[in-house]
Each structure stands twice: as C-alpha cells, then as structure tokens.
Write a protein that binds this ligand. Sequence first.
Ligand code: RIB
Ligand code: CA
Length: 304
Amino acid sequence: MIKKTVIIDTDPGIDDAMAIALALFSQEIDVPLITTVAGNVGLENVTTNTLRLLSFFKKHVKVAKGASQPLLRVSEDASQFHGETGLAGFSYDKQATECLIDTHAVNAMYQELMKRQKTTVLAIGPLTNIALLLRMYPDSVHYIDEIVIMGGAINRGNYGVYTEFNSGFDPEATKIVYSAPVKKVMIGLEIGNQAIMEKEVLERLGNINGVGKMLSALFKHYQGEYFDKGVEVYDSTAIGYILHPEWYTCLEASVDVELCGTYTSGATLVDFTQKSQYIKVCTTIDAPKFIEWIIDSVAYMSHV
Ligand code: RIB
Ligand code: CA
C-alpha cells in the first residue's frame, strides 16, 4: 500500500495533541514535516508543545516555526481553554529539540512539496502559514493533493457568534486559502460537535496506556468543567477524514469569508447552492465509528 504524505500545520493546543498522535502513529500516512503557527497560544509555546509531543511519542519529525501573528489583525488566543502553555493538564519532562529546523515553516513546506507529486496538507490551526505559502509560492498548488482544514462553521461559531476560532484568528488568511485554486475540504465545528467524546469514553481513554492517560489528562483541563459533559475533538475529525473519508458526508459548496463585520469577521459563509470545483464542506460524520477508531488507535500507541 502506498502511504499518503501529509504535512501538518498546527497550533498545539490540546485537541491538536490527539490529532498529531493519530497521524504519527498511523501506518497509512507518512508525515515528513510539522509546521507551527500562532493560534491557541503564542508561536514559541505551540512550537515547544510540538517538540514536547514528539519526545513523548518517541517520534522524530522535522518541525519548522511559522507565523507568530495573523496577517493583518491582532487576535486573542485560546489560552483560556488550553492553558497558558497550551497543553495544560500534563507535565512533559522533555522536548525533541533536535527536530527543530532553522528554515521558516513556509519555506520548509514548499521545499517538502517540491519533493513529491502530491502531498496532503492537514491544517488544524489558523491558516496564516498556508496563506503565506500560497502567496509566496503560487505554483505550490500543483503539488498539493488537497488541504484538509479543521476550521470554519456552517452555522454558529465558537470564537464569535458565527465565527470559528481558526478562521476568526486570521480572517484574511482564511479568505486567501478559500480563494486559491487548490482542492480544500472544510471540516467545520459541526463535525466535532457530532462526535463529542463523552466522559466514559474519556475515562476509557485514560485507562488504555501512557498516551491515553496523557490525552485524558489534557482533556480534563480542556474547557475546564466540560469533561463531565464530554469534549469536542475538533482537530482529530480532520485527520479522521484523511484516513477514513467514508465516514463523512461532504458537499461541494462555495465558501466566502467575512472580513468587514464588527462581530462576524472570519465567519465562513458556506453556500451549497453555489458549487466550487475546489471546495467540499463536510456535513456529517459517523460518530460511533470515529470514536471507536480513536480508542483503537490509541491502544496501538502502546510502546510509549
Ligand atoms: O475551533 C477549534 C479549533 O481552534 C481547533 O483547531 C482548536 O485547536 C483551536 O485551534
Ligand atoms: Ca488547533
């Protein structure tokens, strides 16, 4: 079986941590590069968190630092949910500093894309790096199979009334990416909201092995008292699409991005009556299969 090549752009971030684990331990994909972007917390912290996770998972993947702020705006981070460090709830004693390369994330992504015919880009943070890539290297679209984006919302948001965090943190970058002539799949809030990890699942997770215990400890912090109500694992729904697209319903649509609204900047305006050859928007997920897949996948992360 030919493995799919996936570059991960991320802002860990508690839910990013599980998505990164699912990607790195999968036998079906190869991850040659992880790039970091400011979002949940600042660039230094998301980069340190990525290196901490690589050390914890005993994985060696190149890491390149990217944008420290949105293209145009000053946005509020999500440290209220992820903690000041971005991975509150668990103490990591080491970080894989040897994985950090000097190359800027955008240049590192382009160099990696040039090595292959087709690469999937998994975007689970604000789209600042991806927008810079598309502007600095327009020909990169010829080497990207698709950009799988955790971001946006068909209906209500979690950062603003109609704005999801990743799209609202950098609205201009989101607009650039959704306007680009490259295939994109939008995995919005609705998908994570359909696949909530309930408390008993989180407790099962915590009893599997070291990775499950770490992830469960993070989720106990994520959004505070929400553990009892279950947590949305938004970023994992995006890696879930890459590995099991058969569990998702996706429709062609146009997606525009609000840039001028006082209260709606970054809102993704999804129009299913206007199809686009470049955009699919996911509307449903097979939540039971997805949740069981997470538990089974973590169970195979046993050597950690
Ligand atoms: O809205 C959810 C997204 O914002 C996730 O990527 C989460 O990590 C935060 O970055
Ligand atoms: Ca994220």
